[in-house]
Design a binder for this molecule. Structure first.
Ligand code: TPP
Length: 192
């Protein structure tokens, strides 16, 4: 599965109460292309902080499903955030890691996710439900479980391919400044 396909599968299953926080790099750019919505917060720049932002929203907006689209490199960079999630245990937080075992956005250097089992890490950190998926069908099923049941915090590791899916991929600032991204997202949250 490509990251793009995974993002299409995930966003196609979201209900109106969902918000999406996406990690810096290609993941945000792909979300922007696949499903640009006021409910999206594109975290541009601060690598590894998407789940901390998601945690804050999940705790303060219990009626929302907060879906974090993360990268393996970003999760490893701020792995301590998983412990904070496991400590606060928001049932409405869904942490999806698109794991291509690399820092694809900056040239495809390998991460250590091939030797660190992120699913085990999330489980040990206190996430209530963890999934390890490798194909579209399993991803759909895992998403259905976490979106229809209050079983979070949930962690879904999605094995995705490395590869060049980025030709002509637009950049978010071509449409929104960083301040626009924040304003649009906050207006959406306040309307919820
Ligand atoms: C603190 C910090 N270090 C480095 C970067 C540069 N950077 C942006 S995206 C990225 C790679 C992210 O890798 P991963 O989370 O695995 O996602 P992928 O690019 O593979 O989708 C890097 C190193 C950054 N934005 N912030």
């Amino acid at each position: 599965m490509t990251r793009r396909k995974a993002i299409e599968v995930i966003t196609s299953q979201l209900q109106e109460n969902a918000v999406v926080i996406s990690t810096t790099g290609h993941v945000s750019r792909l979300l922007f292309v696949v499903d640009d919505q006021p409910r999206n917060f594109y975290m541009q720049g601060s690598m590894g902080h998407a789940v901390s932002i998601g945690l804050g929203i999940a705790v303060n907006r219990p009626a929302c499903k907060v879906v974090v689209l993360d990268g393996d490199g970003a999760v490893i960079m701020h792995m301590g955030a998983l412990s904070t999630v496991g400590h606060h245990k928001p049932k409405n937080l869904v942490h999806v890691v698109l794991d291509n075992e690399s820092y694809e956005s900056t040239g495809g250097q390998s991460t250590s996710s091939g030797t660190t089992d992120l699913v085990d890490v999330a489980h040990a950190a206190g996430y209530s439900s963890v999934f390890n998926v490798r194909d579209e069908r399993a991803l759909r099923k895992a998403m259905e479980s976490v979106l229809t049941q209050q079983i979070g915090p949930s962690f879904i590791r999605v094995l995705v391919s490395r590869g060049s899916e980025l030709e002509n991929l637009p950049r978010i600032p071509e449409k929104y400044s960083v301040a626009d991204t924040r304003r649009i997202f906050m207006e959406f949250l306040e309307s919820e």
